[in-house]
Design a protein around this ligand. Structure first.
Ligand SMILES: *[C@@H]1O[C@H](CO)[C@@H](O)[C@H](O)[C@H]1NC(C)=O
Ligand SMILES: *[C@@H]1O[C@H](CO)[C@@H](O)[C@H](O)[C@H]1NC(C)=O
Ligand SMILES: *[C@@H]1O[C@H](CO)[C@@H](O)[C@H](O)[C@H]1NC(C)=O
Ligand SMILES: *[C@@H]1O[C@H](CO)[C@@H](O)[C@H](O)[C@H]1NC(C)=O
Ligand SMILES: *[C@@H]1O[C@H](CO)[C@@H](O)[C@H](O)[C@H]1NC(C)=O
Ligand SMILES: *[C@@H]1O[C@H](CO)[C@@H](O)[C@H](O)[C@H]1NC(C)=O
Length: 599
């Protein structure tokens, strides 16, 4: 089943049948669709807590009950309570019922309601998020790019409103993603080729234009990012949780890297000078408002010589107030010294200059302001947007980054500023290569079983770099309480985000197949005294899909505590001895979330 085949409009029906037959064949072969029934049932009636599940031979004692986080924290003897089934898509920091109470204090003109709003600890739930009815272990990559189980994301809204733009269609028990988008209803590949033409003067593709890392703003179901993968271009896709129901959940279920976020009043959780391209295809962001403060955030995120790609009506329509918006955009971008290099069909592309002379001149003419450099050394976490331009010359590596895969071994100057030597960096890279081989042996699963991976304490990105040849994508998380090593991770061509692990992550339940937590708990303990190990375990459980893995390394005391608690979270747990960087024994826990369901 060729990618091109699926896009051929005239033969759409025919190629679709090929697709469905392939899917059907996989059912029989049983390779890509694993065992799909839960092993363990939890009855809704709390009185029947000691009976045995009819679905499997395992017994359970956990109870279904909507439970709040209390202080002091206590886990019932029967194990963690399970939240009622209606909470199966619960995202604590994007919970409409909590945000509703905050509305009077939010700046709705800037869409602040779409940003993260985490309830304080005492208002959070403290129960395991259950899977929805008929949940199935996700279809494996690469089939999942085009098909996901309908019952896993039971939302018809997007297919109803975006079916005409070929975002997603319903096909029996599956969702089918033809690869379209608002500005690429004929498929992302043709659109990507056009962008390549526009950035290279018709001489090449996006790689030739130096694009390896892309930020896709308002990504929809992330088809753009999915179709950039064959070019070895990595995309961080984000969208808010808004009227376009569950677009990020679709993206993650497809096995495409994505997270919930909104560009509104705060900096995005990514470091300065990290992307070769920022892309907005009808992303529903009012870039021209508020003096262009949102475009200054794009300017912060772009590397020198990076592109801003804008496919939206102001770039091609002359009716309504589009020409006025376009003039404002031109004014703002010109003041920041961006150069409009192409404007064609429905797309405009600007380039951010590598040379700082124009910026310097515009500062002197008071057209723009330069941000305080000191402000940029801390992780971009909960930082308000500033209406100033980040000077890129001093922050980023002045030499152009090499293409992937050579980019993976780039040692960033930012590491040297943190006191990490080239030798340490090289040793770390080798160390993680060995660990990854051992992890996969110990997990004892097919490589195709794991697609969505999160390194919760990514340090320099060694774990993700070691996974480069695996069929996975990795969200590298650098805790906001740590030094900014995420700049170095991006410098290696990898993607990630800052996060505070005392708060839930901006993702849907069951988004990840594997979580890696190397010395995360001990760090959290030393830096955050307002949350506990159990809170982080609860969030891990929420993010992880049934039968997904958690690999933990940490201090022995923490490890034995997790081992004790794991059964209460319905995790299987095994302990192994591996070698640490100093070639000493170190224990590693490999936990596996059981596949249970409310029956
Ligand atoms: C999907 O949602 C519809 C309407 O919201 C509901 O009737 C149906 O039972 C749901 N299906 C599953 C498998 O949960
Ligand atoms: C890109 O340019 C090439 C060479 O000029 C051309 O053959 C191709 O049709 C163009 N593609 C698009 C989508 O414009
Ligand atoms: C594209 O080619 C034209 C004509 O050869 C040239 O004037 C222009 O500067 C080129 N643009 C870029 C972005 O290289
Ligand atoms: C753009 O800038 C010019 C000159 O600074 C100004 O006269 C014009 O009103 C601005 N246009 C818009 C739409 O802001
Ligand atoms: C792993 O997956 C491949 C491809 O689907 C299959 O050929 C192979 O038999 C699987 N191996 C195991 C151990 O399941
Ligand atoms: C390290 O672990 C191995 C395997 O578990 C064991 O045989 C060995 O004795 C351990 N070494 C030390 C120094 O504890």
């Amino acid at each position: 089943m060729g990618i091109n085949g699926l896009f051929a409009d005239s033969k759409g029906g025919q190629t679709l049948m090929v697709g469905l037959i392939l899917v059907a064949a996989c059912f029989y072969a049983g390779t890509l669709f694993a065992n799909n029934t839960p092993l363990l049932g939890i009855p809704t009636s709390s009185s029947a807590s000691s009976s045995t599940s009819s679905l499997g031979s395992l017994s359970f004692t956990n109870r279904v009950s909507q439970t709040n986080r209390r202080t002091p924290l206590a886990i019932p003897q029967s194990g963690m309570n399970v939240c009622p089934i209606n909470l199966n898509e619960h995202i604590p920091c994007h919970d409409p019922s909590y945000v509703k109470d905050l509305l009077p204090s939010l700046d709705l003109s800037r869409k602040e309601e779409l940003e993260r709003h985490c309830p304080p600890l005492e208002k959070r739930l403290f129960c395991l998020v259950p899977p929805p009815k008929d949940y199935k272990i996700p279809i494996k990559w690469p089939i999942s790019r085009d098909y996901v189980w309908r019952s896993n994301v039971n939302h018809t809204h997007l297919a109803e409103v975006k079916g005409g733009q070929n975002w997603v269609h319903e096909k029996d028990r599956l969702w089918w993603f033809p690869g379209g988008g608002t500005h690429f209803k004929h498929g992302a590949l043709e659109y990507i080729q056009r962008l390549g033409n526009m950035t290279t003067n018709e001489t090449g593709d996006l790689r030739n234009a130096g694009v390896f890392q892309v930020l896709d703003v308002g990504c929809g179901v992330a088809s753009f990012g999915a179709y950039l993968l064959p070019f070895d271009i990595q995309t961080m896709s984000f969208a808010p949780k808004d009227g376009h129901e569950n677009q990020i959940q679709f993206a993650l279920e497809r096995g495409i890297g994505a997270m919930i976020a909104a560009i509104s009043t705060k900096q995005l959780p990514y470091p300065t000078s990290s992307f070769d391209m920022v892309h907005c295809s009808r992303c529903r962001v009012d870039w021209h408002e508020n003096d262009g403060i949102l475009l200054r955030e794009v300017d912060r995120l772009l590397r020198p010589d990076g592109y801003f790609v804008y496919s939206a009506p102001p770039a091609y329509r002359k009716d309504k107030d589009y020409p006025v918006i376009w003039d404002k955009l031109m004014n703002i971008t010109t003041a920041m010294c961006w150069k409009l290099i192409a404007k064609k069909v429905q797309t405009a592309i600007w380039i951010k200059p590598g040379d700082q002379t124009c910026v310097q001149e515009n500062v002197e003419q008071n057209l723009i302001q330069i941000c305080d450099v000191a402000d940029d050394s801390k992780p971009s976490w909960n930082k308000p947007l500033h209406n100033c331009v980040t000077k890129s010359g001093e922050i980023s590596n002045p030499n152009k980054l090499p293409p992937r895969p050579e980019r993976l071994s780039v040692y960033s100057e930012s590491l040297s500023r943190l006191g990490i030597s080239r030798e340490q960096f090289a040793t770390d890279t080798l160390f993680w290569q060995r660990q990854v081989e051992q992890y996969w042996m110990l997990m004892n699963v097919n490589k195709t079983e794991i697609r969505n991976v999160m390194d919760m304490n990514a340090l320099w990105g060694g774990f993700a770099a070691a996974l480069n040849s695996y069929p996975v994508w990795v969200m590298n998380v650098v805790p906001s309480t740590m030094d900014d090593t995420l700049t170095a991770i991006y410098g290696r061509g990898l993607l990630g985000a800052f996060h505070d692990w005392c708060e839930p992550f901006s993702t849907y339940p069951r988004s990840y197949d594997l979580l890696h937590a190397s010395y995360l708990f001990s760090h959290n303990k030393g830096h955050n005294n307002n949350c506990l190990l159990e809170d982080v375990m609860l969030e891990m459980d929420r993010m992880l899909r049934p039968e997904g893995f958690i690999i933990i390394r940490d201090e022995e005391r923490i490890m034995s505590r997790i081992k004790d608690l794991a059964p209460k979270f319905l995790w299987d747990v095994n302990s192994y001895q591996l070698r640490n960087k100093h070639n000493e024994n170190e224990s590693v826990l490999i936990c596996r979330k059981k596949f249970w369901a409310i029956v």
